[in-house]
Design a protein around this ligand. Structure first.
Ligand SMILES: Cc1cc2nc3c(=O)[nH]c(=O)nc-3n(C[C@H](O)[C@H](O)[C@H](O)COP(=O)(O)OP(=O)(O)OC[C@H]3O[C@@H](n4cnc5c(N)ncnc54)[C@H](O)[C@@H]3O)c2cc1C
Ligand code: SF4
Length: 493
């Protein structure tokens, strides 16, 4: 433990961020770094707890407590306090394949379960993690680790999101020959074509993919398994196949008017924006442009927030985000005690930006869309809504009830639907003959094996839509199980 009294001497610090009004002028990453001196103080705030809840990584009532990949947080906090950055990097790389992703966009459940957070703001764990890895890349400490020998075993991974990349990394390091199939034109899954550039710049993703290629992993892009190459071909050419295909089937809005021009699924909006930015800095016009328009986002979650921030950067005239649930409380509710992740009101980046740009938080709570109206040409014109109240029924369940007299009409030319995901696509599962149960490919964390011999699964496809850190964890775990499996099998020639 660096400084026993650090937690009493120093306060939590946040790096200086570009002001929202300036950062919405571009698509660059908006987060910022703390200075080395400020980070040393943050490291000194760590109390090196006997039971470090920050690193335990478990799920309590469907929320994450601590770091799912069990990052050795107190150890690197101490090393950063002492200025031993390279040693901190060694510790970080023991548990985290891609700290440059989590250090930027992980919601940091570790901080919610930091013991200091019981009485004070948590240690700045995520900023420390990010700086360790950024410094390592800047100083050339991250170099390709090419395995000394090969086992002769061949593994195909379908999908290059964080689960696919983490399993590819670990299996390659174990000496197996790994091929990753990806249907998109760039690798990274939602890291590339989901999370917007201002949260995670895409050269950060490409830098890691390039490193993995240098280490020996083969990436086959623009190739949809099930269409461009069959499941049978893969099964017969590889010793094992891992389905890391995500859970990107989007939930659609089923109501009159939802096919009007201007109504789009959130992911179509987000992915086309990123692709056009990367391909041509928007010169190709291959994106949905909300400039000068009124935008409504249905869905109160993070995907909806990313749509809000994207529309603001496109200079929309107005933006509103509809959510079904009430506003979160400012402090933990009685059933949301430490060390679970705090479900409290936050002014996320998109809402901070909207508040500055339009003078108002864009979120509308407890609101139900009742009608979508288009004009004679079929173009979206307006949404009709009603306010709801959440009431506790006699059976102990909560219900939503309309409040009469709260009907309202909203003008809109664009509507983005961000109401969640419905699991992996059925067609590929059918080709492999794997079972989907409750919108997830059926496999337990005991062995990550599907019902088909030699076919495994991990990430959102198995767990349901989650977080990058969970996808990395699943990728690591499936790699161990696949390694065990193939080492008992004869080599496929
Ligand atoms: C808009 C958005 C923002 C998010 N922001 C955050 C965030 O800030 N922080 C965070 O922690 N999490 C965030 N998430 C969640 C996180 O991105 C996912 O949990 C994570 O990416 C899941 O990883 P995965 O590898 O399982 O799947 P994915 O990242 O979904 O990757 C699956 C890949 O499989 C490919 N694929 C599918 N079928 C085939 C096929 N037949 N052939 C070839 N390739 C195929 C897809 O093209 C895709 O590239 C966000 C999610 C969304 C939608
Ligand atoms: S990966 Fe996420 S949970 Fe783990 S230490 Fe980093 S920010 Fe915290």
């Amino acid at each position: 433990m660096g400084k026993p009294t650090g937690f009493m001497e120093y306060k939590r610090e946040k790096g200086k961020e570009q002001s929202p009004i300036n950062r919405i002028k571009n698509w660059n990453e908006y987060s910022s770094k703390l200075t080395d001196e400020a980070l040393r103080k943050q490291g000194a705030r760590c109390m090196d707890c006997g039971t470090p809840f920050c690193h335990m990584g478990i799920e309590i009532r469907n929320t994450t407590a601590g770091c799912p990949i069990n990052n050795l947080i107190p150890e690197w906090n101490d090393l950063v306090y002492k200025g031993k950055w390279q040693e901190a990097l060694e510790r970080l790389q023991m548990t985290n394949n891609f700290p440059e992703f989590t250090g930027r966009v992980c919601p940091a459940p570790c901080e919610g379960s930091c013991t200091l957070a019981i009485s004070d703001p948590a240690v700045s764990i995520k900023s420390i993690e990010r700086t360790i890895i950024d410094k390592a890349f800047e100083n050339g400490w991250v170099t390709p680790r090419i395995p000394n020998s090969r086992t002769g075993k061949k593994i195909a991974i379908i999908g290059s999101g964080p689960a696919g990349l983490a399993s590819a990394d670990d299996l390659n390091q174990a000496g197996h020959s790994v091929t990753v199939y990806e249907r998109a034109d760039r690798a990274g899954g939602l890291l590339m074509y989901g999370i917007p550039n201002m949260k995670l710049e895409k050269d950060i993703v490409e830098r890691r993919v390039h490193l993995l290629q240098q280490e020996g992993i083969d990436f086959i892009l623009n190739t949809e398994v099930g269409k461009d190459i069959t499941a049978e071909e893969l099964k017969s050419s590889y010793d094992a196949v891992i389905l890391c295909i995500g859970a990107q089937k989007q939930r659609e809005l089923h109501m009159d008017g939802s096919k009007s021009n201007g109504v789009h699924l959130a992911m179509d909006y987000l992915s086309s924006t990123t692709k056009s930015l990367l391909d041509s800095n928007f010169a190709d016009g291959q994106f949905i442009n909300t400039k000068g328009k009124d935008v409504i986002v249905i869905g109160g979650g993070d995907t909806g927030a990313d749509c809000v921030a994207t529309a603001i950067r496109q200079k929309c005239r107005s933006v509103v985000q509809f959510g079904k649930h009430p506003q979160l409380p400012n402090t933990r509710a009685e059933d949301n005690l430490w060390p679970t992740d705090p479900a409290v009101f936050k002014l996320e980046y998109a809402y901070e930006e909207a508040s500055e740009q339009f003078g108002k938080d864009p979120r509308e709570y407890l609101i139900q869309t009742t009608k979508i109206i288009s004009d004679l040409e079929g173009n979206l014109k307006e949404l009709h809504t009603v306010q709801m109240e959440k009431i506790l029924g006699e059976d102990g369940f909560h219900y939503f009830k309309e409040i009469i007299g709260t009907e309202k009409v909203w003008s809109a030319q664009y509507l983005f639907v961000a109401i969640g995901f419905e699991g992996p696509e059925q067609t590929l599962a059918d080709q492999f003959g794997v079972k989907i149960v409750n919108k997830k490919i059926a496999a337990s964390t005991k062995d990550y094996a599907t019902n088909v011999d030699g076919v495994f699964t991990a990430g959102d496809a198995r767990k349901g839509q989650s977080l990058i850190v969970w996808a990395i964890k699943e990728g690591q775990d499936v790699a161990k199980k696949v390694d065990e499996y193939v080492m008992k099998q004869p080599v496929v020639l």
